[in-house]
Design a protein around this ligand. Structure first.
Ligand code: PLP
Length: 387
């Protein structure tokens, strides 16, 4: 699959940099749109935190998706890239006053509420503006997403969301407050979820909650099930586009929506993960006693996922077709965790070779840092390689 990349052009560009396959992003978004058209009342908000590159954001906006934001900065980025305010949802455990005010001024679709205190602050700030804020309560459904503990969010006593046992109190509070209107419930159980079971469990949990709310005559306009659909990091060629048919099919089959209710999704990784690649050149090949190290000019400052949560990214040498050897592939940063892969087989590698670190479109560029006074990596796009 190497020749899918315009290698001759890419090797001329100064490394390290991110390269985005906009055709793949387009196909991924078409697939999502095709699926949700089937159901009619499904809406997808792109989780901006996965990748807020302006070119990516405007492209996703043009394809009709909404935005899921977790900060005022993300709301600003989404608006700047053309997302209409009435398709923006705003989550996060620690919304600052200015961020809430921004959401109120712009009349965003919904605030996802994570605590009682936040709810009353939003009520006060909305009151000052003579507005009514649309809100959803983020419920912690206590479901194990069977993913890395840093990225599971739906378990009990997590900092995210409201415990199920406190939901009734929260609803009562929202009914007492004049400047908020409860419109929905919000859930998000974690990230990089590849099994159906956690989502099936989530649907059943939501059905139970809806039944008990119905008995109290509480009606909601929408359910928001968050995001978390995983991608195939091991084999990006085999599955460049996640199985959205199966994903949306699970909710269609197991979730009992009430009449007039719409269903909202907040997908991040599954939309942008596979279209992005981090390109780097080999600085040195260091022969140790028992190991050989490929030292790249890209490091954890460009892509922190391997260092932060032992994430695996497929690594390819695009400019060597020699016999394979085993290497540790590392970056130049002064941290031992700055390692992209241990005991990786690559064709025999030499200084100057072009290395692709695959599936890096989500939580890659956006998490880049200036540690060691390094530069933030540039980005190039398949539909505009001149930039
Ligand atoms: C991170 C996040 C998402 C997106 O998660 P992905 O795994 O990238 O799909 C959606 N909703 C909320 C509330 C989040 O925090």
């Amino acid at each position: 699959m190497k020749n899918l990349f315009p290698v001759d052009r890419l090797r001329e560009l100064p490394t390290p940099y991110y390269y985005y396959d906009m055709e793949l992003l387009g196909q991924t978004l078409s697939e999502i749109n095709k699926q949700i058209r089937e159901y009619g009342n499904y809406h997808v908000h792109y989780a901006v935190k996965a990748n807020a590159n302006p070119h990516i954001l405007s492209y996703i906006n043009k394809c009709g998706l909404g935005a899921d934001c977790v900060s005022g900065g993300e709301i600003e980025a989404a608006l700047k890239s053309g997302f209409p305010a009435d398709k923006i949802v705003f989550a996060g455990v620690g919304k600052a006053d200015w961020e809430i005010n921004l959401g109120l001024e712009k009349d965003i679709f919904c605030f996802n509420i994570e605590s009682a205190e936040e709810l009353s602050v939003i009520n006060d700030l909305a009151g000052e503006k003579n507005k009514t804020a649309r809100i959803a309560i983020r419920v912690n459904p206590d479901i194990d997403a069977h993913t890395h503990h840093y990225i599971t969010t739906g378990l009990n006593e997590n900092k995210f969301g409201i415990d199920l046992s406190l939901l009734d109190k929260m609803i009562e509070l929202s009914e007492r407050l004049p400047n908020v209107r409860l419109e929905g419930l919000h859930f998000h159980i974690g990230s990089q979820i590849l099994n159906a079971e956690p989502y099936i469990e989530l649907c059943k949990r939501i059905n139970d909650i809806q039944q008990s709310l119905l008995r109290k005559r509480i009606k909601l306009n929408f359910i928001n099930v968050g995001g978390g659909l995983g991608i195939n990091y091991d084999n990006p060629e085999r599955q460049p586009i996640p199985d959205f048919t199966r994903y949306f099919g699970i909710f269609n089959k197991y979730l009992e929506l009430q009449e007039q209710q719409s269903l909202h999704f907040e997908l991040g990784r599954s939309i942008v993960g596979q279209c992005g690649t981090l390109f780097s050149k080999v600085l040195y090949v260091k022969e140790g006693v028992n190991k050989s190290f490929v030292i790249l000019d890209a490091g954890m400052t460009d892509l922190i996922r391997p260092a932060l949560y032992q994430a695996y990214h497929k690594i390819e040498n695009l400019t060597s077709s020699l016999k394979g050897r085993i290497y540790d592939v590392v970056g130049p940063i002064c941290e031992s965790s700055d390692c992209f892969g241990k005991d990786i087989e690559l064709p025999e590698t030499k200084r100057g070779d072009l290395i692709a670190i695959r599936s890096a479109g989500a939580y890659g560029e956006i998490m880049a840092s200036r540690y060691n006074c390094r530069s933030i990596p540039k980005s190039y796009f398949s539909d505009d390689l001149s930039e």
